[in-house]
Design a protein around this ligand. Sequence first.
Ligand code: PMP
Length: 435
Amino acid sequence: MTSDDLLARHRAVLPSWMPLYYAEPIELVSGSGRRVTDAQGRTYLDFFGGVLTSMIGYDIAEIREAVERQIRTGIVHSSTLYLIRQQVELAERIARLSGIPDARVFFTNSGTEANEAALLFATNHRRSSQILAVRNSYHGRSYATMGATGNRSWSASALNPLQVAWLHSGDRLRGLLARLPEADRIDAAVEDLREVLATQTAGDVACLIAEPIQGVGGFVAPPDGLFAAWKEVLDSHGILLISDEVQTGWGRTGEHFWGYQAHGVTPDLLTFAKGIGNGFALAGVVGRADVLESVPAISFCTFGGNPVSTAAGNAVLDYLRDHDLQANAARVGAILADGLRAATADLDHVAEVRGKGLMLAVEIVRPGTVEPDPALTTRVLEACRAGGLLVGKGGLHGNVLRMGPPLTLTEDEAREGLAILVEAIRTCASAEVAA
Ligand code: PMP
């Protein structure tokens, strides 16, 4: 069966709104290191890691062996109703790493479920279904997390179990903060929070949920320090802060282990997913004991923190530590960011190269404006693929190229991918000018 046949069957049986990248979607059949190979035998350097899930890379012996060891015991999943040694161990490690004093950990299978649980804990603790969220955010595809998602193209339902008031994002190109000098942006964002609290909420608000760098939103980051400034106001109202670290956690930003640490404040709850399982379904919430203990009845997750996924999680944490991948993300990410900035400085189609560590984005616009150019962005995505590089796309307007490669990316691989990406942007942009 060819990939074309598979695509026809995919289209016939999966819902039409399931996103698939590329005019000719790729079927991956194998992977090694930072490279993946498709059914036609074409190999790609992977700068997206399956939306930042392949954090260590493909077919890494230490991770594979840890998972295989668990599978060979026969206990692939015998329910989280029983004691699971590596689950407890992983929970202890994550609690310690979280920076939250006396933290508790609740494991789930996806980022969506982690955020759903965090919202459950926060709203229960505060006895309120009012929350604050940020425009351009993405928190998941369940009823509540979708309601907290500030990007309508990802909100499959207009109904919402929460009352949500929206704060401005850290977008430097458009919106409230874009028109301000850098030095004034934190004050303006705090003023925005105060104003939203005063005008759009009534009585107790449960929490603010925010990403330290918005992932699906196109790697848009608020100014460093904003969470601390926000938290001062939040604390005065007893409002909890949830940091959604699904994309920013585990050292990806290079400068810190968690995205929130750029803000000089510790959140009350933190959610994690994606990279920690390096492909195995593993996610969760870590947070203040009093908040997690506030649920009035059992909240159970059959597969959450199961023996296989937590074996993977511990092996991933070992690997991150033993290879100092946070430092690698900082070092290789800087090469990539500097290279991208230098190579696109003269290109009017590139409004901004942004991000931290190995979480980098290029925003594509119509020349000399901030008007998004999603069509050109798609052409660049296709040209990268033709050149042997996988990158992501995102942003509210679909005009942001996203890079979130495995944190094991080498300097040579960074330069190789950079050359393909720059060539793709330049070729597509000049074709556009000529047309
Ligand atoms: N939060 C953030 C910041 C995300 O990027 C995502 C996934 N893109 C989610 C939550 C939801 O995670 P999942 O797809 O594992 O449910």
